[in-house]
Ligand binder design. Structure first.
Ligand SMILES: Nc1ncnc2c1ncn2[C@@H]1O[C@H](COP(=O)(O)OP(=O)(O)OP(=O)(O)O)[C@@H](O)[C@H]1O
Ligand SMILES: [Mg+2]
Length: 658
């Protein structure tokens, strides 16, 4: 049986985030480890015979204990990327994860994996061997049989759930950027699937901590000796200077003209930090010896960071990491419709600047939560509940779709075809009857003549009118169907919204014309494209069918055959009765058609009211033809709307396959 609760773990290089959520309710709660921030440091301190310490407590203990007292101790951090390649990293990870459960139990923080479905995030570029090792580690550490989901998917779910964008938008290209404490990951997603991923395991927020540490030492040259004496350098570097960095970054995000100062514990302060000075330092960064010493001590073997004194341009490094991946993976930047920023360091204002510059997209297409470091764990924790909810919603939508079509679509399209029919009846009557046939009848009434010549006249008027008829039909229908796409989209969007689902938006409208192909795969057409095609089909289909109905078969004359037949029949009957007196009925009938009848006789029989009656008959006849043609189109139209909406409903199911 499925477990009623979920525990999602974003096991990070620098920090790890745990989040709990009921399996049937999207109400995630991040685990508070009591360290005054979200998540917990991914660190373990082995202390000889004593029980290992994990998390921020491990860092504190290590930082606060004088060096000579911790000679037999061993602090391990940043082991996560190496679990597949190094036995030691494997062991550190297992010990960290196991001891975290023990530590939580003691503190009465309930994360018991036994009663929960446990989901771990994994960087999407990780190989299957990495995932297999992660599963083994988690199993051994007491997390049971875990499920592994790509980290970017977690972030995507988080933002979908928060309605930061719509499911149909998530079908398109989304760039995911996770700039954390120790690493920087990128992934390109499309249709809830990670298509490409890349990153840099050396570029992370802690390099920026080092900038502030060096800044501080420059302003307070004597502080280092004192710090060393107290065994505080690690603490100052990774805590106090990180705090100064975060304060500075937050201030700059608000206003880049500010000047910032910050106390660094009791060792002094960094004063007058400005954006200009920071940029200068970030462009000419050389890892300081305190930092490189620490990296070596914890087993970091990065040549770039520990064995080189070449200047590093950190912002350029971030930019190159992004552009290199785009180039190597052959990603067309036009396919990137949305950017999701995750990881604490993504809060640096330069991150969104560089991204919008490289991708040529507006800042509004870049989405970042207020707490970008928790999006992965929260998103992963709601996955089971979201799946369940969407499964139910999908069923309800499917069940309600016929009612929607009947109650909303049918009356709407009937109103539109009604407008088309009455406009065409008006146009054709005035152009064919009033301007063509009626003058012929009036002239006949005035001057008299033979019925045969009247027939000829009328049929040649009808012939002349035929090409004009096509133009009238085309023009009218084109005018009357303009704007229908927007109206129909609104109807569909509102229907989805009534179930709490957002699909499509103005951005989708504008992008409807851009390529719908990524990697040679055709994407599910977004709603507006589907509707545009549908209205295109409706317009063309209505024109073809109506033109065929009006001009096909007996041509335009066909419309006239009934009403004109009726009026000519009436005239002929009158002529026969006049001629039958001198010639007898049989001969009169033969003569009537070609007899050149005098005007007075025609006038008496072809009255004004008969002409009006014939006009009404023409209109009635047109109405019958048009409604017969339009009825067929209406029902086909309803079927097609159903198909378009079903595609949208199906798009919701992609989450279920995760
Ligand atoms: N407002 C801010 N501006 C800049 N950096 C910040 C801000 N807030 C937090 N950070 C930085 O974000 C980093 C932590 O981010 P996060 O918790 O996402 O990393 P992580 O998941 O542990 O690391 P990784 O993903 O590399 O394993 C730290 O370096 C922290 O200083
Ligand atoms: Mg992370």
């Amino acid at each position: 049986m499925d477990k009623p609760h979920v525990l999602a773990v974003d096991f990070g290089t620098t920090n790890s985030y745990y989040c709990k959520c009921p399996a049937d309710q999207t109400s995630p709660v991040g685990v508070d480890f009591g360290v005054g921030k979200d998540g917990i440091a991914t660190a373990i301190l082995y202390r000889g015979q004593k029980e290992p310490l994990v998390g921020d407590a491990a860092l504190h203990e290590f930082g606060e204990t004088p060096a000579k007292e911790r000679t037999s101790w061993c602090l391990r951090t940043q082991f996560k990327p190496d679990i597949a390649a190094s036995d030691e990293a494997y062991k550190n990870a297992e010990d960290f994860l196991r001891n975290l459960i023990v530590q939580c139990e003691r503190l009465h923080i309930d994360i018991d994996p036994g009663k929960r479905e446990v989901i771990f995030g994994a960087p999407s570029e990780s190989e299957s061997i990495f995932n297999a090792k992660l599963s083994q580690i988690a199993q051994a550490a007491g997390y049971g049989n875990i499920k592994i989901v790509d980290e970017p998917i977690g972030a995507l779910l988080y933002h979908l759930w928060h309605k930061d964008f719509s499911p149909s938008e998530s079908q398109k290209g989304v760039l995911f950027v996770d700039f954390g404490g120790g690493t920087c990951d990128f992934a390109f997603l499309c249709r809830m699937e990670v298509r490409h991923s890349w990153g840099d395991f050396e570029l992370g927020g802690r390099l920026l901590d080092d900038i502030f540490f060096q800044w501080f030492l420059e302003q307070n040259p004597s502080a280092l000796r004192e710090m060393k004496q107290n065994g505080d350098t690690y603490y100052v570097h990774s805590y106090l200077c990180r705090e100064a960095k975060e304060l500075f970054s937050r201030t700059m995000a608000r206003d880049r003209n500010e000047h910032v100062s910050k106390f660094i514990g009791r060792y002094g302060s960094i004063s007058d930090m400005t954006w200009g000075k920071f940029m200068e330092r970030a462009a000419n960064y050389i890892p300081g010896h305190v930092f490189t010493g620490y990296l070596r001590e914890i087993g970091n073997k990065s040549v770039k960071l520990t064995c080189s004194d070449r200047k590093i341009d950190l912002l350029d490094w971030f930019k190159r990491c992004l552009t290199r991946g785009l180039e190597e993976k052959n990603i067309n930047i036009a396919d990137i419709k949305r950017v999701i920023l995750a990881g604490g360091s993504s809060q640096w204002p330069f991150v969104s600047d560089i991204i919008s510059d490289v991708l040529h997209i507006d800042q509004s297409a870049i989405t970042r939560s207020d707490r970008p470091y928790v999006v992965i764990s929260e998103g992963l924790s709601i996955l089971p509940a979201l799946k369940q909810k969407l499964r139910k919603t999908r069923q309800v939508l499917k069940d309600d779709l016929p009612i929607f079509c009947e109650k909303n679509i049918r009356p709407w399209i009937k109103e539109k075809t009604g407008a088309i029919a009455s406009a065409l009846i008006g146009d054709i009557t005035s152009n064919l009857f009033d301007a063509g046939i009626k003058p012929v009848l009036t002239e006949f009434r005035k001057s008299g003549g033979s019925v045969a010549s009247l027939r000829n006249h009328i049929s040649s008027e009808a012939k002349v009118f035929e090409p004009e008829m096509r133009t009238i039909v085309e023009e009218r229908i084109n005018v009357l169907t303009a704007g229908l796409s927007d109206q129909l989209t609104r109807l569909v969007v509102e229907w989805f919204a009534s179930y709490g689902l957002s699909i499509g938006d103005d951005r989708v409208y504008r992008e409807a014309t851009v390529s719908m192909e990524i990697d040679g795969k055709i994407l599910v057409p977004d709603l507006y494209t589907g509707i545009l095609e549908l209205i295109g089909w409706f317009t063309a289909g209505t024109i073809t069918s109506i033109v065929a109905g009006l001009c096909g078969g007996g041509g335009v004359a066909f419309i006239l055959s009934g009403p004109i037949g009726w009026i000519i029949g009436a005239i002929l009957a009158a002529l026969v009765s006049v001629l039958s007196l001198p010639y007898g009925v049989k001969r009169a009938k033969e003569m009537a058609e070609t007899w050149n009848a005098p005007a007075w006789l025609i006038k008496r029989n072809l009255t004004e009211s008969k002409i009006t009656k014939a006009r009404n008959k023409v209109q009635a006849h047109l109405k019958t033809i048009l409604s017969e043609k339009l009825e067929k189109i209406e029902s086909d139209f309803e079927d097609r709307v159903r198909e378009v909406v079903e595609t949208q409903i199906e798009a919701l199911s992609e989450i279920e396959t995760l």
